[in-house]
Design a binder for this molecule. Structure first.
Ligand SMILES: *Cc1c(COP(=O)(O)O)cnc(C)c1O
Length: 398
């Protein structure tokens, strides 16, 4: 099918929940995608931080091919070897002791919210249930996740929302301290906010939040769905800050492109869940976990983090160069290969013009160009991307 045929078929039969771009990728390899007409694109969206190893990484492809012939799915009524092995990798490389597997970021956050409430009920009694989250946060699209998400635009028209959430400005420790009361059971934050336009927490903030949690017997939950798993140049973003959460969530890059999510916790917190308290039919199935093992082993052992740091620093310097050249660039920010360029105007037209020139980027929160390329990109890929971006910015100025 050509792009037009794919678009027509999709518009006719698929629910219109996405404002889609008129492009239909049909093949991918590394940092490159090809559309139905065979046009090549440099992909600096990477499935929104999903394809961190690039498209169709050979280690992930091979792991899936080997597993798919043997066993695709089996119930969590039984023990699953690949699930246990993936949990081991995640635990041995983080502050967590136990893992619950699911299929997406929203589902991982649902699990975190349920675990925090259950733990707090046991620890502090039935009046402890409230979770404080940040304004402009993003935690997913299920009902509890949009409620945790401190952005009215995601909540509008879906009321009544679940109770027990409260919002405070991000990176504002005083506001957070004032919001804590007898009902508070947890604080849930992204160490680097993604959807709000790539906003890293400050070190003082996260250190202060940890202290506040310890003083008041609250759980600290980090949503690392976007910023985790190498994206910022460390395996987990919180490792930049010297602060450990009690619970954290993963998804996006966890399966190297295959859907899988996870919610992790320290033993003392995880112990609040007993058999029957939480479940997911597909959670941690053999196929998803085979992909996860390959993706995580590659991320940890194959120089991915080093490349992310090196190429990320190079890219950020180039973006700062552009910021010096164009007055309508307000700020460049981010960590590793999770970078944002805030403009003084909407970014949609820049996204389109980059695509016409063969570069895929996207726009977060209306006016922030977001760059979350595969962590395997080279400085030559960055040069290509920056050249295209420069042309597009130049065209706007002219
Ligand atoms: C993408 C994202 C989610 C939601 O993940 P889904 O897999 O779409 O449910 C949650 N939190 C953050 C920080 C995200 O970036």
């Amino acid at each position: 099918m050509n792009t037009n045929e794919i678009m027509q078929l999709s518009d006719k039969y698929v629910m219109h929940t996405y404002g889609r771009i008129a492009m239909a990728p049909v093949r991918g390899e590394g940092a490159r995608l090809w559309d139905a007409e065979g046009r090549e694109y440099l992909d600096f969206v990477a499935g929104i931080a999903v394809n961190s190893l690039g498209h169709c990484h050979p280690a992930v492809v091979q792991a899936l091919q080997e597993q798919i012939d043997r066993l695709m799915h089996v119930s969590n009524l039984y023990y699953i070897e690949s699930q246990a092995r993936l949990a081991e990798i995640l635990v041995e490389n983080s502050c967590a002791d136990k893992v619950f597997f699911c299929n997406s970021g929203a589902e991982a956050n649902e699990g975190a919210i349920k675990l925090a409430r259950k733990w707090a009920k046991k620890q502090h009694g039935s009046e402890s249930y409230e979770i404080i989250t940040a304004e402009n946060s993003f935690h997913g699209r299920t009902l509890a996740a949009i409620t945790a998400t401190g952005q009215p635009k995601y909540q509008k028209d879906f009321e009544p929302l679940p109770q027990g959430f409260k919002y405070v400005p991000y990176n504002d420790l005083d506001a957070l301290a004032k919001a804590v009361d007898l009902h508070t059971c947890a604080i849930m934050l992204e160490p680097v906010q993604g959807e709000s336009g790539v906003r890293p927490a400050t070190k003082e903030y996260l250190l202060g939040v940890r202290e506040l949690c310890d003083k008041n017997g609250l759980l600290l939950i980090f949503d690392e769905v976007q910023c985790g798993l190498g994206r910022t140049g460390k395996f987990l973003a919180y490792q930049h800050y010297g602060v450990e959460p009690d619970i954290f969530t993963l998804a996006k890059a966890l399966g190297g492109g295959f859907p899988i999510g996870a919610m992790l916790a320290k033993d003392q917190v995880a112990a609040a869940f007993a058999p029957g308290d939480h479940a997911a039919t597909f959670g941690g199935n053999p196929l998803a976990c085979a992909a996860g093992i390959a993706a995580m082993q590659t991320t940890i052992k194959c120089g991915i983090l080093e490349n992310c740091n090196q190429v990320g620093a190079y890219f950020k310097e180039k973006l700062n160069g552009l910021a010096g050249k164009y007055s309508f660039i307000k700020e460049v920010r981010g960590l590793g290969l999770m970078l944002g360029m805030e403009l003084t105007m909407p970014g949609a037209s820049f996204v389109n013009r980059c695509r016409e020139r063969g570069l895929l980027i996207n726009c977060a929160n209306n006016n922030v160009l977001r760059f979350v390329p595969p962590l395997v990109i080279t400085t030559a890929d960055v040069d290509t991307a920056v050249e295209i971006l420069d042309e597009v910015l130049q065209e706007h100025r002219a």
